[in-house]
Design a protein around this ligand. Structure first.
Ligand code: SF4
Length: 482
């Protein structure tokens, strides 16, 4: 596998073509990142007004490119460094992305550029608005209008990082701008004619793109300005009325038939199965999702369909059922959908490393299921790259957090789901009963930690006040908690 990847380390041990060629721009609040793993940074509005190209080539990003050319690991790319530092010859996204058709042919060209030169993207992901009908557990108000309303009503979550906190003021504000008066969207419509023919991939995300008027405007733009090399993709939660899905499929297949684009992909998301999936992706009606997926899959001879998985702590229990569903659809449609699994890193209290070891074992069962149903063993089976991504998660799950860090993550997890249930009027134990034994144990650990803290404070207090220290009673109190 490694031998098939580009030899990036010849350029530098931290070089990644995605930093030049790949960009996700969130026009709703003027944020940008390359690739999608680093935390987004703010685009300078004054710079963009003078030069719409600064929607991609921000000063901050140029500085990250400089680090890469010098062989220094940009801290924002920690996602890849963590994978590369795992035991064994792990392949990070730095290699996987640089090997993509939109990156590999251009590596030598960009390696010759100076760090501060502009670099038109070949892969552009854009969201016009945060308008969305879902509020997934790991989403954020700037990506979902439903989330935004919830935070405005109840404030952030009581986790240690106050999850959901928005920066309301200042240069770094991440508050979405109004859809009908957004200078970043205006800049986009000025910039896109300049870079459109350079694009190999254009992907629209959200919010929910099927609810966005700018998404339809973009389709009209493509009808007037064909790019026969373009792979045009849409992210959709497939939770919208079916007639909107049908209309979009007619538009996309029309663009392909008329050779106005090369091909198209529909990306949808699901992280596990049944009530577990509905808990995580709040707003999801799995039956409607399946119906809309079938509408999309009926066109899968013409376009590719992928299910994105943000693999997290609550994915593990019913993931195998999800994989079985995928296999069923692949047999039915004789190809799609593909599965693309990544590790959910943010928020960290939903990361799978907080799980009990025995619960992580479900991941290995899923790896075995995928291997038994690989395309070498069964028709339309899982491809090597799909299996590799789950294997990577299995390797990742073996990382050990310190006891203190585990205590903090689990405490945040429990605070989060307690508040999540209260606000959304759901019940995690009803929807994901498999998590109950672990949460019961974590609650006991939290109680013990609290009492131990009281114990230590008490001893300190006695010592500070020169009192004879009474260990026995205090210790027996702590032991009483078992
Ligand atoms: S090094 Fe990794 S995180 Fe950074 S841009 Fe490349 S693929 Fe993305």
């Amino acid at each position: 596998m490694r031998s098939k990847m580009p030899d990036l380390n010849k350029i530098s041990p931290s070089f990644c073509a995605a930093k030049w060629l790949n960009v996700t721009i969130r026009l709703q609040n003027g944020h940008n990142h390359s690739c999608h793993h680093p935390v987004p940074h703010k685009i300078d509005l004054e710079e963009v007004k003078k030069n719409p190209g600064a929607l991609h080539d921000t000063q901050f990003k140029k500085e990250q490119r400089k680090l890469m050319l010098e062989g220094t690991r940009p801290p924002e790319c920690v996602y890849c460094w963590k994978v590369e530092d795992l035991p064994g010859d792990q392949i990070s996204d730095r290699f996987i992305k640089s090997n993509e058709f939109w990156a590999r042919p251009y590596i030598n060209e960009i390696a010759k550029k100076t760090w501060d030169q502009a670099s038109p993207p070949t892969y552009l992901e854009v969201s016009f608005s945060n308008l969305c009908n879902f509020k997934c557990a790991y989403c954020f108000p700037d990506s979902s209008s439903k989330w935004m309303s919830e935070i405005q009503e109840f404030g952030p979550y009581p986790t240690s990082d106050q999850y959901g906190t928005m920066k309301y003021e200042g240069k770094d504000s991440n508050i979405p701008l109004p859809d009908d008066n957004n200078p970043y969207v205006d800049a986009f419509w000025k910039w896109i004619p300049d870079v459109f023919t350079n694009l190999k991939v254009l992907r629209v995300t959200g919010g929910e793109p099927l609810l966005s008027k700018d998404c339809l405007k973009l389709i009209d733009f493509i009808k007037q300005n064909p790019n026969p090399d373009l792979n045009f993709s849409l992210n959709s939660n497939l939770g919208v009325p079916s007639h909107l899905v049908e209309k979009m499929m007619l538009n996309l297949t029309g663009l392909i038939s008329e050779k106005k684009i090369k091909n198209s992909q529909i990306f949808t998301s699901l992280d596990t199965w049944g009530s577990h999936a509905e808990y995580l992706r709040f707003g999801l009606d799995l039956d409607l999702w399946k119906k809309n997926l079938d509408i999309v899959l009926q066109h899968s001879a013409k376009l590719e369909v992928r299910i994105m998985v943000a693999f997290n702590a609550l994915s593990v229990f019913r993931f195998k059922e999800f994989l079985k569903f995928v296999m069923k659809k692949r047999k039915q449609y004789k190809t799609a959908p593909l599965v693309d699994i990544s590790i959910l890193q943010f928020p960290d209290f939903l990361n799978l490393l907080l799980l009990e070891e025995k619960d992580k074992e479900h991941i290995y069962e899923c790896v075995q299921y995928m291997e038994a149903h690989s395309d070498k063993n069964v028709p339309y089976g899982f491809k090597m790259m799909e299996i590799l991504k789950l294997k990577r998660i299995w390797e990742y799950s073996k990382i050990k957090k310190s006891d203190e860090e585990l205590l903090r993550l689990r405490k945040d997890f429990m605070k989060y789901v307690t508040e999540y249930d209260r606000r959304k009027k759901v019940d995690i134990f009803e929807m994901i009963p498999e998590i109950y034994p672990a949460m019961k144990k974590w609650q006991q650990e939290q109680n013990l930690a609290l009492k131990t803290m009281d114990f230590k404070k008490n001893i300190d207090w006695q010592l500070r006040h020169n009192l004879p220290v009474r260990f026995r009673n205090l210790t027996s109190k702590v032991l009483d908690t078992f």
